[in-house]
Design a protein around this ligand. Structure first.
Ligand code: MCN
Length: 778
């Protein structure tokens, strides 16, 4: 409706506040009398703590408290744990060990929290930490995923092979039968690197204890305040949920790995209670990569079975997924297993079987990170198709076209049990090929060659499982003056939620966005929420808001009928006004809201006030999909790579805000290209030290590494929610990994380079070219 309704390119309302320095990010919070905390972390990848003496540190100036693992045991803190059981490959129960919050005798990764020092100033806390007398006995460590799976060095003595559990999906027998009749079988190993979300604002937390109310408040930049409250209250502190408040202000980037409750949350709270003073911890940039969850990091052995003509018959994948040293919640496992279902992608694969081995290593835990398993899955299938095309001399586009699920086959149940409801994958591909001028590529390749450069083109047809079943909440709260406040259970971390949801509200009720106050992230103000992950906010939060607005209309209709002296059945609602059908008699929703607070203006028996809530839970996932085409040029002497063209066609169903969507796709592609081109967490194999502890070593993409990204939409609205929307926040990342690496390999193919693992740094490309040149021609 109008300039602010669904589908309008509305500029973000929140930007004025944020860009003028009026945001309230985590580190903007400071409380009267707060103390500063510092976390002493393990310098070893694996070691036994032989001695831990605090005497000197406790006597240091300004020190108020030092806690170690023993304090947490004494305080009887609980742990998160995994709410489901799986089996290990030998049939024995899953092996999982949760982290209590501070080391318990043995440290198992570099950065593991060992002691929590609270002092008047941060400098004093740091100085005191240096006085902690600690003696480690270093133990052998293993950080590489494939090596850890060999089980030569155990992270936990009780689990010598390092395999926590095995997750299987698909039909093994049917897949074996498909492979038995295949004309061709393509077998490859793909390694997906370990990366880390470099938030604009590193994490932080302030713990407050109110002795009068016997109640905690945590100020922290989390993605799901309500779930963090529930976890901290019921699992960690074992207190009623009402005794805990969690407040998240502006979140300086979340990307999945800022989602959950971290050890520092319970530590600031426990310390605040002991000291009866607020305790603040702020993660420093160089500390963050040791303190936070990491992402991806797996090795997949994949096999594709094809018939003679190139039709896919079956897919078999065995993945080793690094889950880190501790399994503190299901997050480690969901990151890798939650979305393996998308391994068959947008393709008609009649039989598939996947086995994912959760491998423990002396590393930080892994968690869902933008895409959470779908970029990994898409990378495997899309690279496998390109490798099959190259090996069997098919055209990569024709091979895809032959196997894409046609729109006429929708709804389509995949061999890995996903229920795709809608989407036109062939149309996405057609549009992307046209926009990227795929047909003109050979000429561009020749031209590049004439200039001494190698040019390559890559394609990927990603699909995502987004906004899965699970509730979300919205409340529209009118005030006696007729003005409204909008409260949402989803927590914004930069996606522009205020604008998106005000657009939905405007579409439904015609309210002027400038007059609506927007609130999220405070468990005392917002009744309920699940939070932002899995590209669920627009779909589920937006639908909850839609429901709340429907309730406002339903109640408003009764009030309007009374005020307009008409039958309720004759009242129509549109453009923010209730009107009597066929007349010019009307009353605005704002005036109806005002009337609702005057008992004398209400129909008999109707409760006063106008505040409505909506709680929506979809029955099934949405399946956003699309097509990415990437073109690169490589300098054959240095391996320097330039992404010269990038085209995305997306289908996220109904688009609420085309500018917001483009921003999300743009950021998502940049995040995917970052991983594919340069980002990587690297551990030293011998010592287990994290070698990428700063921006000097962990290479972040800069603007000049990014191409101009052309984005087009091909929306097919879903019927799984009233908006017709599909999730979009991760879509860009999912397609970018394979599109880039496929383009690189296409560029290098003439030299005989057959494989390359990400990140496609100039050094790796240069080595691959050198090795290929050194190989004798067959
Ligand atoms: N949108 C739209 N139409 C749709 C779907 C989305 O117009 N059909 C637009 C809207 O502007 C909406 C935005 O895209 O506000 C994102 O919507 P949605 O797909 O609902 O995703 P979420 O808001 O649930 O965000 C989650 C997603 C995830 S899982 C990660 S990780 C991620 C991402 O969003 N982290 C981000 N994008 C991020 N962007 C920023 N700036 N910071 C992060 O931490």
């Amino acid at each position: 409706m109008g300039e602010f309704g669904i589908g309008q390119p509305v500029r973000r309302f929140e930007d004025k506040r944020l860009l003028s320095g009026n945001g309230r990010f985590q580190n903007d919070n400071n409380l009267h009398g707060q103390l500063a905390a510092y976390v002493l972390r393990s310098p070893h990848a694996h070691a036994r703590i032989r001695k831990l003496k605090l005497t000197a540190a406790l006597g240091a100036p300004g020190v108020a408290l030092i806690m170690t693992g023993d304090d947490l045991v004494e305080a009887k803190l609980g742990v998160m744990g995994v709410p489901f059981q799986r089996k290990r490959p030998d049939g024995s129960p899953m092996f999982a060990r949760a982290f209590l919050g501070l080391a318990q005798g043995t440290v198992r990764y570099v950065g593991e929290p060992v002691a929590f020092v609270v002092a008047e100033t941060l400098a004093q806390a740091k100085d005191a930490a240096e006085l902690i007398d600690i003696d480690y006995e270093a133990l052998p460590s293993v950080t590489d995923t494939a090596e850890a799976a060999e089980g030569k060095i155990a992270v936990w003595e009780e689990c010598p092979d390092n395999i926590s559990n095995l997750f299987e999906t698909g039909n093994k027998t049917a897949t074996e039968a498909a492979f038995a009749k295949a004309a061709h079988i393509i077998t490859r190993r793909y390694v997906i690197s370990r990366v880390y979300a470099q938030f604009m604002e590193p994490r932080g937390a302030i713990g407050v204890w109110d002795p009068g109310e016997d109640r905690f408040t945590l100020y922290a930049d989390v993605q799901y305040p309500h779930r963090v409250r529930q976890a901290l209250a019921t699992r960690i502190f074992k207190i009623p949920e009402s005794k805990m408040r969690v407040v998240a202000g502006d979140v300086g980037g979340g990307f999945g790995t800022k989602g959950w409750q971290y050890p520092e949350h319970r530590l600031v709270l426990l310390a605040a209670k002991r000291l009866r003073q607020p305790v603040k911890w702020t993660c420093e940039r160089s500390e963050a990569i040791q303190a936070d969850e990491h992402a991806r990091d797996n090795v997949s052995d994949a096999e594709l079975a094809l018939d003679k003509g190139g039709k896919f018959l079956g897919l078999r994948v065995k993945t080793l997924a690094n889950v880190g040293a501790y399994i503190s919640s299901e997050r480690n496992l969901l990151a890798t297993f939650g979305n393996v279902g998308t391994l068959t992608g947008t393709y008609d694969v009649p039989a598939a079987h996947v086995a994912v081995f959760a491998v423990m290593a002396n590393t930080n835990g892994t968690a869902p990170y933008r895409g959470a398993g779908r970029p990994e899955a898409t990378y495997v299938i899309e690279r496998l198709i390109d490798d099959a095309a190259r090996e069997l001399s098919f055209d990569p586009v024709e091979l895809r076209t032959k196997n894409l699920i046609p729109a006429s086959a929708m709804p389509y149940k995949t061999a890995l049990n996903l229920n795709y409801d809608c989407g036109d994958f062939l149309a996405n591909q057609r549009k992307a090929l046209a926009q990227a001028d795929w047909a003109g590529f050979p000429a561009r390749r020749d031209e590049a060659k004439a200039h001494g450069r190698l040019r390559g083109i890559g394609i990927a047809n990603p699909i995502e499982k987004a906004a899965g079943p699970g509730q979300e909440f919205a409340e529209i709260r009118f005030h006696p003056s007729g003005n409204a406040t909008l409260l949402m259970g989803s927590k914004n971390q930069g996606q522009g939620h205020e604008t998106t949801f005000k657009q939905v509200l405007n579409e439904k009720l015609g309210l002027d966005p400038a007059a609506v106050q927007y609130i999220d992230g405070d468990t005392d103000r917002v009744a309920f929420g699940i939070g932002t992950n899995g590209s669920r906010s627009t779909v589920i939060g937006g639908s909850a808001l839609w429901m709340a607005a429907d309730k406002v209309i339903a109640k408003g209709r009764r009030i309007a009928a009374h005020l307009l002296e008409a039958a309720e059945a004759d009242i129509e609602f549109s453009d923010g006004n209730f009107s009597v059908a066929g007349t010019d008699r009307r009353i605005s929703v704002t005036d109806v809201a005002k009337a609702s607070f005057h008992p004398g203006r209400l129909p008999p028996g109707l409760e006063g006030g106008l505040y409505e809530t909506g709680t929506f839970a979809p029955e099934d996932n949405t399946y956003p999909n699309g097509c990415h085409v990437c073109e690169v040029e490589i300098d054959p002497d240095t391996g320097m790579l330039e992404v010269v063209r990038y085209v995305v066609v997306d289908d996220v169903g109904t688009v609420v805000n085309p500018i917001g969507l483009k921003g999300q796709i743009h950021g998502g592609v940049a995040q995917g290209l970052g991983q594919a081109l340069m980002e990587q967490v690297v551990y030293d194999r011998q010592s287990g030290q994290n070698l990428t502890g700063s921006f000097m070593d962990y290479c972040m993409p800069r603007a000049d590494a990014m191409p101009y990204i052309e984005i087009f939409s091909n929306p097919v609205p879903t019927k799984r929610n009233p908006l017709g929307a599909k999730g979009a926040g991760e879509a860009g990342t999912v397609g970018a990994l394979p599109a880039l690496v496929n383009a690189v390999l296409d560029a290098l193919a003439p030299l005989g380079v057959k494989s390359l693992d990400m990140p496609a740094t100039s050094e790796r490309i240069w080595r691959a070219m050198r090795d290929a040149r050194a190989r004798p021609l067959p």
